[in-house]
Design a protein around this ligand. Sequence first.
Ligand code: FE2
Ligand code: FE2
Length: 133
Amino acid sequence: MAYFEWGDDLTVGNEFLDSDHQKLISLVNQLHTATQQGEGRTVVGEILDELLDYTKDHFQREESHMQRISYADYAAHKSEHVSLVNEVMALKAQFDAGNISVAAKVSQLLREWLSVHIMKTDKAFAVRLNAAT
Ligand code: FE2
Ligand code: FE2
């Protein structure tokens, strides 16, 4: 069983959102596996970079769809994204400063945060997005 399992509870019923979320979850699992196997700074750092980039891109995509449909909860939803990115960037700064073990915290944080955010915040948005398109 994967560290972070994608399943029905995380399905929001929108193709673009679901496929982005599956990719995110797969990257979280890759990061977890790398840290569990004691991979070095280069390997873990590359996955961390990819995960951070993909997270930002995903949030950007969601936010542009929100703007396109004049989504009422845009500001609140976006502020959740901003605070998560800030948290991950703070951990990434520690990693870059030499604290490699912090990478395990990133996979843990993302697993917990994404579970809640996808099930509540993204699901609510998916309903509006599907209704508008
Ligand atoms: Fe999302
Ligand atoms: Fe979101």
